[in-house]
Design a binder for this molecule. Structure first.
Ligand code: GCO
Length: 448
């Protein structure tokens, strides 16, 4: 028999994001965000779907929190919708937005569930995008204004703060490849957005330290740490270059190391001004890691940065992402290594703030969702988590992505990541077998 064993104080959570689960996009003073706009663009989102209703957590949060409590989760990671707090991005604060997130946090605390708040999970107020969004240096002062309101109005109810979710996706998907809002494809703008999203993280931490609030603050990255496809030196260089351009350009400056040399060699010119790198390198209390899969990378003479992804052999999820738990071990060991000594600290605690998979889930005639493939994925990755802790990785918690099936960005509602099934016609919630697997794992019966 295999058994998953974790430290007693290990944090067990589920993750969601405002635009993906809340709905209520035109309610109680919420302003427009870039995803409201992007979803209206023909072809941008599968079947023209959007987050107007989503899982309707804006009205059903009590039911969702009761389900989390019933499963024994000890933390809930959700994001605050900036356009609910400051509808125009700057200036007037919306008291109904504040009131909603206070109610959400109070309900979580009533069920003894720890509140883990992501300040930015991609729903930028449209008015700020109209001024250039993350490609305009002025976004930093707008983010500063926003986070200071959140600290002031919600600081007494938040147990853990995450500044930005996945800066890589903000920059690359939003401004380089244009497959996410705001749908721009421009290399120079993408480079500016990398730098300004790093600076926004820095200003958020700097302002947080002035509040005197005690909860830890950190950031969530989705590190891309490919393995070289072969032992050939050129494939190793290709993997190193990909990691530098998609991961180290975010993690290194935030950890006080400045931009990676390989990025400069690749011609990355950031709009750096005096003092920027010092602002970015504010000491953080933890690192959030979103891990889904790893891929083999090889040298490719014809590719822009001489790297290309090679085929995987492993079983894939419904997103065609391979099941690669070994990649999680390699990534966590790498993060532990590169963050050792940052800010003069022996180590920086790590939380897996997202891990999970999309499956073709259906409700069976018995009324259940037998998502054995998701349980296999979770078991394989949780085994790695239990194992790396014994190897000295300061892993302190694990959040499943996601609590609910939800709006999977440009895929709309076609990719189900939840441990709770949503019938998007009735919004009925049905815990999947993976929810009961997580319940047992949290209770210490993670065996099979
Ligand atoms: C991300 C986002 C989530 C996604 C999830 C599945 O990591 O991309 O944080 O919003 O929905 O990862 O793709």
């Amino acid at each position: 028999m295999k058994r998953l064993e974790f430290p007693k104080d290990f944090l067990w959570g589920t993750s969601t994001a405002s635009y993906q689960v809340e709905g209520g996009t035109h309610e109680d003073g919420r302003g427009e965000c870039i995803w409201d706009t992007f979803a209206r663009k023909p072809g941008a989102v599968y079947a023209g779907e959007n987050g107007d209703v989503a899982c309707d957590q804006y009205h059903r949060y009590e039911e969702d929190i009761a389900l989390m409590a019933e499963l024994g989760f000890t933390s809930y990671r959700f994001s605050i919708a900036w356009p609910r707090i400051i509808p125009e991005g700057r200036g007037k604060v919306n008291p109904q937005g504040i009131a909603y997130y206070r109610k959400l946090c109070e309900e979580l605390h009533k069920h003894k569930i720890h509140t883990c708040v992501t300040l930015y999970h991609w729903d930028l107020p449209q008015k700020l995008e109209d001024e250039g969004g993350w490609t305009n240096r002025s976004i930093i002062s707008a983010f500063e204004e926003y986070v200071k309101i959140c600290y002031k109005e919600l600081g007494d109810l938040v147990d853990m703060w995450i500044t930005i979710n996945e800066p890589l996706c903000v920059a690359h998907l939003g401004y380089l490849y244009g497959v996410h809002a705001p749908g721009i494809r421009d290399q120079e703008k993408a480079l500016a957005s990398i730098h300004y999203v790093n600076m926004a993280h820095g200003i958020a931490v700097k302002e947080y330290r002035k509040t005197g609030l005690k909860a830890p603050i950190g950031i969530t990255w989705n590190p891309n740490t490919p393995r070289p496809a072969t032992l050939k030196e050129e494939d190793k260089k290709a993997a190193d270059m990909l990691r530098a351009l998609t991961t180290e350009v975010f993690m290194f400056p935030c950890l006080g190391k400045g931009y990676p040399v390989l990025a400069k060699e690749a011609g990355y010119k950031m709009p750096i001004q005096e003092g920027d790198l010092e602002l970015i390198a504010q000491p953080i209390d933890f690192i959030g890691v979103n891990y889904y899969n790893e891929a083999p990378e090889a040298y490719d003479e014809k590719a822009p940065h001489k790297y290309t992804e090679k085929p995987s052999w492993q079983e894939v999820s419904f997103m065609k992402w391979p099941y690669t738990p070994g990649g999680l071990e390699r990534q966590l060991l790498w993060i532990t290594e590169i963050s050792k000594g940052a800010f003069g600290k022996k180590e920086i605690p790590i939380y897996i703030t997202e891990n999970g998979c999309a499956c073709d889930d259906i409700v069976a005639p018995d009324g259940r969702v037998h998502d054995r493939n998701r349980i296999n994925y979770l078991q394989q990755h949780l085994e790695v988590c239990a194992d790396v802790i014994k190897k000295g990785v300061p892993l302190k918690g694990y959040y499943v992505w996601s609590l609910l099936d939800n709006f999977e960005w440009s895929w709309g509602y076609t990719k189900r990541f939840g441990i709770i099934h949503i019938d998007f016609k009735t919004l009925k919630r049905t815990p999947k077998d993976s929810a009961y697997f997580m319940r047992d794992t949290i209770a210490g019966y993670g065996e099979w």
